[in-house]
Design a protein around this ligand. Sequence first.
Ligand SMILES: NC(=O)c1ccc[n+]([C@@H]2O[C@H](COP(=O)([O-])OP(=O)(O)OC[C@H]3O[C@@H](n4cnc5c(N)ncnc54)[C@H](OP(=O)(O)O)[C@@H]3O)[C@@H](O)[C@H]2O)c1
Length: 254
Amino acid sequence: LANRSANVVLLCRDRTRGEEAKAEVRRASGSDAVELMLADLSSQRSVRRFAQDFADAHPQLHMLVNTAAVFVNSRRVTEDGLELMFATNHLGPFLLTNLLLEALKAGALSRIITVSALSTTKLDFEDLQGERRFRPLTAFGASKAANLLFTYELARRLAGTGVTANVIHPGLMRTHLMRDAPALIRFLAWLASRSPAAAAETVVHLAAAPEVENVTGRFFKKKQIAESSPYSRDPNVQHRLWEVSLRLAGLPAN
Ligand SMILES: NC(=O)c1ccc[n+]([C@@H]2O[C@H](COP(=O)([O-])OP(=O)(O)OC[C@H]3O[C@@H](n4cnc5c(N)ncnc54)[C@H](OP(=O)(O)O)[C@@H]3O)[C@@H](O)[C@H]2O)c1
């Protein structure tokens, strides 16, 4: 995106890694328009502060890419009392996106891209925080299914505003995301995976290609429109997750 003259704001949780990423993007693109802002997506306080600082500095936003995620193999609870993967992978981006909607509408035509996966997991609405039963891969899969459900509901709500919302499966990538997963899963995933740079092309395509300017509410597998699971396409489930997420994020009904 920096290569294509976008002003890029990196949301990172760690200053040192964030500065390294910023320097790398600047070096690779030759662009100075790369900014670092710190925020921890697992903390609602941090997301709210980020959104406020962002809106003060940037009244318009043209592309929002929700891509950060974590996998952990034990149940951890955030400062908001939520399970860490649910909080980081779903609720943080949900809150952030809602808080940035004004800037996105001001920047329309604008695009929201959420990076998910081929998740077929169903959410356990009676135990969303895994308090009764916690299985790490199921909780992770549910957080990725939540990305799909969130995007479809969001796209419906944004119809006619000039803001599109799509969700992608970038393909398996050689990153450190599953560093805590069982060795066999890591090995098989590594065999089938490709470089993050190749996967990033899908994000750039959706964020910048003119031919997808008006496409919204779709699931992309690499650069092609695909179908996510029937469960993820159920409007009742999408609506239910939206309502629960509003409550958990302390947002007013909308
Ligand atoms: N890897 C795959 O095969 C694969 C397949 C399908 C979909 N995906 C999706 O692709 C996306 C990117 O994953 P990846 O594989 O690139 O993983 P990754 O290399 O582990 O990158 C994840 C990024 O999220 C950041 N992050 C984690 N928790 C955060 C928090 N609380 N606040 C702010 N940032 C946080 C991490 O920052 P730190 O540097 O501070 O840790 C890291 O930069 C994810 O949504 C993932 O589900 C990945």
